[in-house]
Design a protein around this ligand. Structure first.
Ligand code: AMP
Length: 544
């Protein structure tokens, strides 16, 4: 006998058990659809998760079956996650902002067996479910009345099902850590959406990775506001990380505007939060306009798209809140890097750390990175050369569900992120573009992200998007589209003046166009495909 360590499968029911046993009184605060606030402890939450598991069993759902959710962030959604995963079924989060055809395509591809949903999505479900024959049960989380939803479906009230469930003998863990736990489709690639199937092991290890000091550094004395929707890249893992350390959780429901978030931040004593730049811009604007100051908030993680300098500075200079710029993707569970400042910058004035914070930071343990060119040759990691960013790791997808889109992986298991980046010798990574958005002018790359970030530093600019337009001499040239802040106007001359000296001369956009609104995709990112199509149709006038 070798005398090795115990084989303790890394399954997420253990996160629930740990939180319930040792942090049972720690609260989860939720804002519901009607604006009301509920509070419940981890012990109560995870006892209910076991009942969810039993309730699903009573409906005939078994291990391996897919159970979809269409809900905002609140405690019952979390109970559903753990209840589904705890019994070895797969929790499939649906993004309600997708088009109906995409949603029914995804539900059919996943062969979802049941859907657990907020009642407000009943009309949407009524549209898609007639085309989804695998779905047999719909469970509404908050219905006063059960909304009509279509023939042939069994419709239930969550509270009644959970109250009636008999949790004795329920399946709760006890299976292999490589069992599928969660499913999230990404539309970031070309063609049909692709399913990313998280395992218990990947969720567990990702939680531990995200908790370390060089990433989110969460502990039992933190209060974490979970702004990123649970249907967007696993809520950046916070649904696992916060219970794993017993951090108090605040779940804001559907209201993500600055005023609503600030109210929760103050009422609940939030110390940490994570969200995309547009959400943080909303909070910063609210703070400035209302003259309010957060009292306990010390750190915000910003990612999902590049974090503008104005946010990094604004939060610190005006409110003493540190910004951690993070990069990730659905396929990475999602964290790939975070800009927690390195030793040589510790103790330095914040000002000196801003250039580092503008990068996407360094990869934590568990994420390997490298750069390749289009012919799969190595690109030097010198902090200057750019190439296709490739990753491997314990929380990186090994394929898409069903083996779709296999071309994204090479024979050594490296996943091509579709991002173009530079990588310094110490792992500091800087994204310059999505591969499909790159602008190549006269054979040289222009970083649309960098121009956009500088443009949104102009006080009258709300959103900026740079797209490449065909050019007879240079192949492509950048065009800058600006959505002004409400009540402001912008002119091309003023914007060019703002960019001058901040970008290389040959990066200067050929046209600067003010537009009413810049379209955002289902996860709140600028929809450049739509913008390019608009530009080709001449929507922005003559560009030249
Ligand atoms: P998703 O899977 O929807 O989260 O999208 C992932 C993509 O978002 C990445 O491949 C990047 O293109 C982009 N992204 C995420 N975080 C950042 C960041 N901090 N800076 C720039 N792009 C980012």
């Amino acid at each position: 006998m070798l005398g090795l360590m115990q084989d303790w499968p890394l399954t997420v029911d253990k996160i629930a058990d740990h939180a319930a046993r040792w942090h049972g009184e720690q609260r989860i605060t939720s804002r519901l659809a009607d604006g009301s606030i509920t509070r419940q402890g981890f012990a109560e939450t995870f006892a209910r998760a076991r009942r969810v598991s039993a309730a699903l069993r009573s409906l005939g759902v078994g291990p391996g079956d897919r159970v979809a959710t269409m809900a905002w962030n609140h405690a019952k959604h979390l109970e559903t996650w753990y209840g589904t995963m705890g019994m070895g079924a797969v929790c499939h989060t649906l993004n309600p902002r997708l088009f109906t055809e995409q949603l029914s395509w995804i539900v059919n591809h996943a062969e979802d067996r049941a859907i657990v949903a907020d009642a407000q999505f009943a009309p949407l479900l009524a549209k898609i479910l007639p085309d989804c024959p695998t779905v047999r049960d719909v469970i509404f989380l908050d219905p006063a009345e059960l909304p009509p939803i279509g023939d042939g479906l069994r419709v239930h009230r969550y509270d009644e099902l959970v109250a009636a469930a008999d949790p004795t003998g329920v399946i709760w863990g006890g299976f292999d850590e490589r069992t599928a736990a969660g499913l999230c489709y990404t539309s970031g690639t070309t063609g049909n959406p692709k399913g990313v199937l998280y395992s218990h092991r990947s969720n567990f290890l990702h939680a531990l990775m995200s908790l370390q000091a060089d990433v989110f550094a969460l502990s039992a004395s933190d209060v974490a506001l979970m702004v990123v929707p649970m249907f967007h890249a696993n809520s950046w893992g916070l649904a696992f990380a916060a219970p794993a350390v017993g951090a108090k959780l605040v779940m804001p429901g559907a209201q993500l505007d600055g005023a609503s978030l600030f109210e929760l931040i103050e009422a609940e004593g939030v110390t940490f939060s994570a969200a995309v730049p547009t959400v943080w811009q909303g909070l910063l604007t609210y703070l400035r306009e209302s003259g309010s100051r957060p009292t306990r908030l010390r750190k915000v993680a910003i990612g999902g798209s590049a974090c503008p300098e104005a946010l990094i500075r604004g939060f610190w200079d005006e409110y003493g809140v540190e910004v951690i710029h993070a990069w990730g993707m659905t396929e990475l569970s999602p964290i790939g890097s975070a800009s927690v400042i390195p030793l040589e910058l510790q103790g330095q004035p914040y000002e000196n750390t801003v250039p580092f914070r503008l990068t996407q930071g360094r990869p934590p343990i568990g994420v390997e990175m490298q750069l390749s060119d289009d012919e799969n040759r190595d690109v030097p990691h010198d902090g200057r050369a750019v190439g296709r960013l490739k990753v491997r790791g314990f929380a990186v997808a090994a394929s898409y569900m069903g083996g779709d889109g296999q071309a994204a992986w090479d024979e050594d298991g490296w996943f091509d992120t579709g991002d173009i980046a530079s990588l310094a010798p110490d792992g500091t990574m800087r994204i310059t573009d999505r591969a499909k958005d790159v602008i190549k002018s006269g054979g040289e790359w222009i970083s649309s992200i960098e121009i956009e970030n500088i443009a949104v530093g102009h006080p009258d600019v709300a959103v900026a998007a740079v797209i490449g337009m065909p050019h007879p001499k240079w192949d492509e040239r950048p065009v800058l589209l600006i959505q002004p802040r409400p009540g402001c106007t912008v002119d091309a001359h003023g914007i060019r003046g703002h960019l001058e000296g901040r970008i290389a001369k040959w990066w200067m956009p050929d046209a600067v166009v003010a537009v009413e609104s810049i379209p955002l995709g289902a996860t709140g990112k600028i929809d450049k495909k739509a913008l390019r199509a608009d530009a080709e149709r001449g929507r922005f006038g003559t560009l030249g």
